[in-house]
Ligand binder design. Sequence first.
Ligand SMILES: *Cc1c(COP(=O)(O)O)cnc(C)c1O
Length: 383
Amino acid sequence: MNSDFIPFARPDVGDAEAEAVADAIRSGWVTSGPVMKKFEEEFASYVGGGVEAVAVNSATAGLHLALEAAGVGPGDEVIVPTWTFTATAEVVRYLGATPVLVDVERDTLNISLEAVERAITPATKAVIPVHLAGLPTDLVGLKEVIAGRDVRVIEDAAHTLPAVGSAGVVGSGHASDAAVFSFYATKTMTTGEGGMITTRNHELAARARVMRLHGIDRDAFDRYTSSKPSWAYDVVAPGFKYNMPDTAAAMGRVQLRRADEMHARRTEIAEYYLNELADTSLLMPARAPAGQVHSWHLFIVRLPIGADRGSFIEAMADAGVGTSVHFIPLHQHSYWRPFAAEISKTLPNAVREAPRAVSLPVSSTCTDSQAAQVVQAVRACAP
Ligand SMILES: *Cc1c(COP(=O)(O)O)cnc(C)c1O
């Protein structure tokens, strides 16, 4: 690996983030407190729609809390696209419920609404659409599919800050019960580790706030600032330890202020790839429909059917370009195999498309000359 190697992903963080974290440390309040509350308020107003935002220490934690607050439990089925990261389905198992893994659409790689329709049973409690790569799932269409049934929609919005879909800004709560964003190191904005739940449902938000901190009815910050004595608290449920510390929130506030600028840069790189690679043998990722916005968290190209993906990835690395794979479909993993939807066990679109998929670097830290190097390498390595 030479010094010109372009890593697949690099967090876009610098002195402003470092200063903000240092300030949080110097304030003497390093765990969840005033900075986290500010971050929640700013995040809620960024996505809009009058949502409440609940900060947590990962999107996995946020998905777990959102499903718990939505009442998912043993005996329930939760429909999940097979083309996602394992976190989307594992949280369903945390609650003793059963994920039902369904196929994706061939062009968008998002959950197939027809597959959802086929997988619904009287036990279906929720659907978790994943806005893969940052391309929003059609939530208006999903709403129509589940209309008249008591089925919750919890969005896995780990890839989707910022994005606009058929139901408006992702996370603004117009066609779902809650959305969950990730601030993991490689995501479109980062707090190192972290996540955010947004919802217009006050009860859901309140339950998630209680459950993110041990099931205690007041958080530590309230206990030290409210007029009630600080020693008084009540445990109302066996909660979790999922709160976001102020040190992470401080970084998040700076990243959120930069979210549009970072998005503009990723969009520029994605447009450049779409233009420069259109005439190669690779299938380019779907664009967002007119009037909608793709976050371009990932740029997933597809090799010709039957091409050797391992060799392509190696050749790209030799040409100085890091790539990655998002994702190996869940139902092709040992643990998840039995959870594929009964009706279409083979999930044909995912099975056909996944072995062709490779993610190119689209980080906002990519310079013009790095993006040009990626294009050159793809043109040289594409079968
Ligand atoms: C990253 C990711 C998650 C989990 O996010 P964490 O913040 O790391 O817990 C969930 N779903 C998808 C689709 C992801 O890519």
